[in-house]
Design a protein around this ligand. Structure first.
Ligand SMILES: [Zn+2]
Length: 285
C-alpha cells in the first residue's frame, strides 16, 4: 500500500479521550506517519509527548492565534525547550485568525505570530501557518519576518521543481488559487484538508489543480472538518486517505501516486528520516 502521511492532526484533543487507542490503532493500519500539532501550551506539551510515545508520530509546537493570550516571555522559553525535544520538527500552528468578531485583538495576534516566527527562524525550523480571513496581514508578516529571505532558503536544499524552500506550510489552505501561486513562488508549500472533498469546494479544487504536486501536502486537521464521506463526524488521521483520493482525482493520477508524492513532500518538509524512504530520493515533481 502507498504510504500516507497526515501532515496536521490533533489527536491530543479532548474529543479523543476514551478512544485514542483505537484511533492510533487505525493510524498504524493505514498511515506511514502523522504530525501532531500544538495549538496552545498544553497541546504543545502533549504533542511533544505524543511523538515520544508513538513511533509513527512527529510533532510541532506553537500557539494558535485564538490562544496567544497565554503567551509571555516565559511561555516562549517553554516553547523553545519543547522545540528541542526529540521528533519535534516544526513551530506551529501559528498565524492569524480574524474570522470571529470576539477573537483576540489583531495587534496581539500579530505580535505573537511575529515572535513565534522569530523563534522558528532562529532555530531554523519549518513553520506551520494558520491563516483565516487574514490573507494580507499573514503574507505581509511572513515576508517582513524574513521567512522568504534568501538567507532562510539557503538553509534548505531547493525543491524538486527548482524553487526555493522556505519551509513555510500554509495549513488547511482556504485562499484562492492566485494566492496559493504567490506562496509557491515565494517558496512555501500548501496543505489541503477535508474541505477539498466537499461538494461545493470550488476554490480548494482550483488550488489543488494549479499547485505543483511537489508543493502539495495533505492533512486532516482532526478532530475538525472530516472529509467526505465522513463529513460531520469526528475526523481522525486515517481519513487522510480520502483527501489523497480527491487530490488523485483532481490531478488525474492514481491514488498510489498521490499518496506517495504527498508522503514524500511531508517527510521532506518536516525533515523526517522516515524508514520507508531510506536509501532513495527520486526528486519527483
Ligand atoms: Zn490545526
Amino acid at each position: 500500500m502507498a504510504p500516507l502521511f497526515d501532515s496536521h492532526a490533533h489527536i491530543s484533543d479532548r474529543r479523543f479521550d476514551g478512544c485514542r487507542d483505537e484511533v492510533v490503532f487505525r493510524i498504524r493500519e493505514k498511515l506511514a506517519g502523522f504530525m501532531e500539532i500544538g495549538a496552545d501550551m498544553r497541546s504543545s506539551f502533549e504533542a511533544a509527548a505524543c511523538a515520544r510515545k508513538y513511533d509513527e508520530c512527529w510533532a510541532a509546537v506553537g500557539v494558535h492565534p485564538a490562544d496567544v493570550d497565554q503567551l509571555s516571555d516565559e511561555a516562549l522559553s517553554e516553547l523553545r525547550r519543547l522545540a528541542a525535544m526529540p521528533k519535534v520538527r516544526a513551530i506551529g500552528e501559528i498565524g492569524l485568525d480574524y474570522h470571529y468578531d470576539d477573537g483576540l485583538p489583531e495587534e496581539l495576534q500579530q505580535l505573537w505570530f511575529r515572535r513565534q516566527l522569530d523563534l522558528a527562524l532562529e532555530l531554523g525550523m519549518p513553520v506551520c501557518v494558520h491563516s483565516r480571513d487574514a490573507d494580507e496581514d499573514t503574507m505581509r508578516i511572513l515576508k517582513e519576518s524574513g521567512c522568504f529571505s534568501k538567507e532562510r532558503a539557503r538553509r534548505f536544499a531547493a525543491l524538486p521543481d527548482g524553487g526555493p524552500d522556505a519551509r513555510v506550510l500554509m495549513h488547511c489552505f482556504s485562499g484562492s488559487a492566485e494566492l496559493a501561486a504567490q506562496y509557491v513562488k515565494l517558496g512555501a508549500s500548501i496543505s489541503l484538508a477535508g474541505p477539498v472533498t466537499f461538494k461545493n469546494a470550488k476554490k480548494a479544487v482550483k488550488v489543488a489543480e494549479q499547485t505543483p504536486l511537489c508543493r502539495l501536502l495533505i492533512e486532516t486537521d482532526c478532530p475538525y472538518m472530516a472529509p467526505e464521506p465522513h463529513r460531520g463526524e469526528t475526523n481522525e488521521p486515517s481519513y487522510v486517505e480520502f483527501v489523497a483520493r480527491k487530490i488523485a482525482e483532481i490531478k488525474g493520477i492514481s491514488f498510489e501516486e498521490a499518496a506517495q508524492a504527498t508522503f514524500e513532500n511531508a517527510v521532506r518538509f518536516y525533515g523526517i528520516d522516515h524508514p520507508a524512504l531510506r536509501g532513495r530520493c527520486d526528486g519527483r515533481v
